[in-house]
Design a protein around this ligand. Structure first.
Ligand SMILES: *Cc1c(COP(=O)(O)O)cnc(C)c1O
Length: 400
């Protein structure tokens, strides 16, 4: 819970000591233009109405808040509710932001959008938004992620996007972001960069949060309708941090326990993980100041997670700020724990979660167990698991 109602970020994009705008000079005018346009459109009734219409009739909002009775009984503790972002068009919460930003790009008079993608979900969401509003689209993706998520690569191409392979560095998300930033620097006059999470230079962390805040706004109304009271605990997985902030931000002034779950990979000691709070330190990376997995010389470390969407070396600046205020607690789930939760939710509820969301489910089981039966937990089911089925089969040694 935060008592202070100080608005973050401040006018320069700072969440306390985090955030900011650490980019080459050439990008400053583009970010300033984006900030100005967004500020105007945020208050613009026509834009908001247009966005609402698309949320309702295209994305499929509001998404249900589902009482997971079987899982609750299995665990034998608090009542577990799932916020069903997996039911959004294209299968995850990322579309909430992508539709917002592609619509924004159109209003700014841009003709082209670019994006980076890790799991492929943000690429698919952006390609979808671009097809919908009529924009040219190019998606940057690391070679390794393209292999892990070949189905999503094909989906993006079906949607008319150009998918460009990034074979440099660790060949994952961070390298794709570097390429996207490079492209944007060159093509900034007619191109908008659709950043996929609450990260990067101001105004992205705030703007993406706003587009995702619909999750929490809905969940709050839905739980009050269903239970007549607020939940005791909120849980969500944290990659860059957009689905979690989207859920949490509607409850920040309430006395509610909130838990962000990072990717513990093969364990913190192994060094093969993406738990920025457990193993990182303060640093500047890809446009903003935040917690970062780095060595003593400030070189960014390689990360690992079974889920491509959580496999990133840094975390949204607002998360650092809220951690310092003790408004949100952070923990992690390992690959093995996430894989177990992937099976558990599939079998108990008939819902196969994305491997990212499975991290949140794993923590939910631990927490629910220790809570009384009249307590309530809302867990954000950020996406569906269809995209991960092949990878899980491969890990289990099953040939399809
Ligand atoms: C990308 C992704 C995430 C992680 O991103 P956040 O910005 O932390 O929400 C989580 N779940 C799914 C299904 C994703 O596609």
């Amino acid at each position: 819970m935060i008592k202070k109602t100080k608005k973050v970020p401040d006018s320069r994009g700072h969440f306390g000591r985090y955030g900011g705008r650490f980019v080459p000079e050439t990008l400053i005018p583009a970010l300033a233009e984006l900030e100005e346009t967004y500020k105007k459109l945020k208050k613009d009734k026509t834009f908001q109405q247009e966005l609402d219409l698309l949320r309702n009739n295209y994305i499929g909002r509001p998404t249900p808040l589902y009482f997971a009775k079987n899982l609750t009984e299995r665990v034998g503790g608090a009542k577990i509710y799932l916020k069903r972002e997996d039911l959004c068009h294209t299968g995850a919460h990322k579309i909430n932001n992508a539709i917002g930003q592609t619509l924004l790009a159109k209003k700014m008079g841009k003709t082209r959008v670019i994006a980076e993608t890790g799991a492929g979900q943000h690429g698919v969401a952006t390609a979808t938004g671009a097809a919908l509003v009529g924009l040219e689209c190019e998606i940057y993706m690391g070679t390794d992620d393209m292999k892990r998520q070949s189905l999503n690569v094909f989906r993006m191409r079906l949607l008319g996007a150009k998918v460009t392979e990034v074979p440099t560095g660790s060949r994952t998300l961070k390298d794709a972001i570097n390429e996207a930033l490079r492209d944007w620097t060159t093509n900034v006059r007619h191109t908008h960069y659709v950043l996929g999470t609450v990260f990067g230079p101001h105004p992205y962390p705030a703007m993406v949060r706003d587009f995702q805040s619909v999750i929490g706004t809905e969940a709050r109304k839905q739980i009050l309708r269903a239970e007549g009271k607020l939940p005791d605990c909120l849980i969500a997985c944290v990659g860059g941090g957009s689905n979690s902030i989207g859920l949490f931000c509607a409850f920040l002034k309430d006395k509610i326990k909130m838990i962000g779950v990072e990717a513990g990979g093969l364990g913190i000691e192994s060094g093969k993980h993406a738990a920025r709070f457990a193993g990182g330190s303060l640093g500047v990376f890809q446009g903003c100041m935040s917690y970062l997995l780095q060595d003593g010389d400030g070189n960014v470390l390689g990360t690992h997670s079974v889920s491509a969407g959580l496999d990133y070396a840094s975390i949204g600046p607002e998360h650092c700020y809220l951690k310092d205020l003790k408004a949100i607690e952070y923990t992690y789930a390992t690959d093995d724990e996430a894989l177990k939760a992937f099976d558990l939710l599939s079998r108990t509820e008939g819902i196969t979660p994305a491997l990212e969301s499975a991290h949140a489910i794993a923590e939910t089981v631990n927490v629910a167990e220790k809570m009384p039966v009249d307590a309530i937990i809302i867990v954000n089911l950020s996406g569906r698991g269809d995209k991960d089925v092949m990878e899980v089969a491969r890990i289990k040694g099953i040939e399809l």
